[in-house]
Write a protein of this length. Structure first.
Length: 202
């Protein structure tokens, strides 16, 4: 597996920004089925992978504590899990869409019966229909990166973000600190004109 990056070799970001995430969610809700919209919301609000999302079951949803249990492969020996705090409105949407019981005795039935390939394809379709800039090579993984980047910007501690994303190595999570350099450059461009020979500089 190659090194995780949030910028490509040309310096273009591989994550969606806040406005693009809003376009993405609005497009999913307006133009696609409730189940597809639920998958889109799951990626945005949890930062999980498509494979992890498609492993969610009725039992994963804890509306009382506003938690979602994500199952992921820890090693060859089996699965591990992590509990993520998520918006209550999102859990209510899942509950209504999949008719999830509100009792503590929930089914282990999966929410989606789709293949990873199908899930990947529908998320790509939402991104395409969202009219997000074609100059960026966005993919479903861009939504996971958006989650990590947003957490760093909002000062979520690195060890907490590592747990939320299910990273085995905190070094992987540290990649999201690259956003600080990107943010610095954006702010600097507001302060300093690109043409340093401009007579109106001072």
């Amino acid at each position: 597996m190659g090194e995780m990056k949030i910028f490509d070799c040309q310096g273009k970001r591989l994550f969606l920004n806040e406005d693009e995430i809003a376009f993405f969610l609005n497009t999913a809700e307006s133009n696609f089925s409730n189940k597809i919209s639920a998958l889109a919301q799951t990626l945005v609000y949890t930062g999980c992978t498509i494979s992890e999302a498609l492993n969610l079951t009725h039992k994963s949803v804890n509306i009382t504590d506003s938690l979602l249990t994500i199952y992921h492969r820890k090693n060859r020996k089996g699965m591990s899990s992590r509990n993520l705090p998520v918006p209550l409105e999102y859990l209510e949407y899942l509950t209504a869409t999949f008719k999830i019981s509100t009792s503590k005795y929930k089914s282990k039935k999966k929410l989606w019966s789709w293949s990873r390939q199908y899930g990947h394809r529908v998320i790509k379709e939402i991104i395409k229909e969202s009219e997000i800039s074609n100059s960026y090579n966005f993919s479903p993984k861009s939504i996971r990166h958006a989650y990590g980047v947003n957490a760093i910007i909002k000062d979520v501690p690195l060890n907490i973000l590592q747990k939320w994303l299910g990273h085995a190595d905190i070094g992987t999570t540290k990649v999201y600190f690259d956003i600080m350099t990107f943010e610095d450059q954006e702010q600097a461009q507001k302060m300093w004109p690109l043409d340093l020979n401009d007579d109106n500089l001072f």
